[in-house]
Design a protein around this ligand. Structure first.
Ligand code: GDP
Length: 285
């Protein structure tokens, strides 16, 4: 079982970690993650694998088919390597490239691309800022007012991939939003994965359903991220996760069967998400 295997692996790592001191391969590229690895076990699990606490309930509900396939289960070493991909250096430039209001204004790029979509105020800018926390020169605007992101914003992550921040949909979204997003999702040839953000405190809304239907209609591989998990009690979060996991299992075809719960405030789940992005863009090779 993936959970048991990982617990075992983590337990062993924690036994040897103090003896090793900072893990040289990881420390040399990402001191921030080396600090995370020094957290007490419970906190470490919560920050790196936020789903772990809830997993026993998902597995316990396996008769309902909640967890059928193997989960994304990277080693700490892979998570550390992914951290270095998201860390800006002279040789690994992470920078804002350009913005576009229409697909034909989008930069023409060969490298793999991932995009982030979600309704306004779901926490998209905060998450992208958290993903780029080791690239302090990258400016990601965080809105005070819902609906300010009206363009597709392209960010280059070294030679590895491009990350695209799509305009938030919903309240005061630009009129041509659907046209813009739809054209991008349908036609962007180098798009490897779409990350669809859902507010864990709110659940899947009608607006989210429109985006889900779009991904399904275009047969896109997409991943559901549950934002703001720090806002809810463990019990409420579990209820939401179970409900959304059931939805993913029964109502979707293209959605990755593992949810990614995250908090941009506590950074819970952010390292795991970085590793997943690095993995699916082929950056860990
Ligand atoms: P966007 O419109 O989707 O880009 O959303 P923002 O990133 O601007 O966030 C909308 C609001 O939610 C802001 O007030 C953020 O401070 C808040 N927020 C974003 N992420 C989190 C989170 O992980 N936890 C909590 N508690 N609040 C968050």
């Amino acid at each position: 079982m993936a959970a048991a295997k990982l617990r075992h692996r983590m337990g062993r790592f924690l036994e040897i970690a103090p003896a090793l001191g900072p893990w040289p391969r990881i420390y040399s590229t990402s001191p921030a993650f080396a600090d995370v690895l020094r957290l007490p076990q419970k906190q470490l699990t919560k920050v790196v694998y936020p789903l772990r606490e809830l997993e026993q309930y998902l597995v316990a509900d396996s008769r309902a088919g909640l967890i059928e396939r193997k989960l994304f289960d990277p080693s700490f070493e892979d998570i550390g390597r992914a951290e270095s991909i998201f860390a800006a250096t002279a040789r690994n430039r992470i920078e804002y490239l350009s913005s576009a209001v229409r697909l034909d204004h989008a930069p023409s790029l060969q490298q793999p691309e991932v995009c982030f979509i979600g309704r306004s105020n779901v926490g998209k800018s905060s998450l992208i800022k958290a993903l780029f926390s080791l690239a302090p020169d990258v400016e990601v605007r965080i809105s005070k007012k819902p609906g300010h992101t009206k363009k597709m914003n392209f960010f280059k992550v070294g030679k590895h991939f491009t990350l695209v921040d799509m305009p938030g949909y919903g309240y005061r979204a630009p009129e041509d939003f659907v046209d813009m997003v739809e054209a991008y999702l349908k036609e962007r040839n180098n798009l490897k994965r779409t990350f669809l953000l859902v507010d864990s405190a709110v659940g899947i809304t009608n607006l989210d359903n429109i985006a889900i239907e779009m991904c399904e209609e275009f047969a896109l591989p997409y991943v559901m991220i549950l934002t703001k998990i720090d806002k809810s009690s463990k019990g409420y979060l579990l209820k939401q996760v179970l409900q959304i996991q059931k939805f993913v299992n029964t109502q979707t075809q293209g959605c990755f069967p593992q949810l990614f719960p995250i908090s941009a405030i506590t950074y819970s789940g952010v390292h795991l998400l970085k590793c997943f992005i690095a993995d699916i863009t082929g950056s860990l090779k």
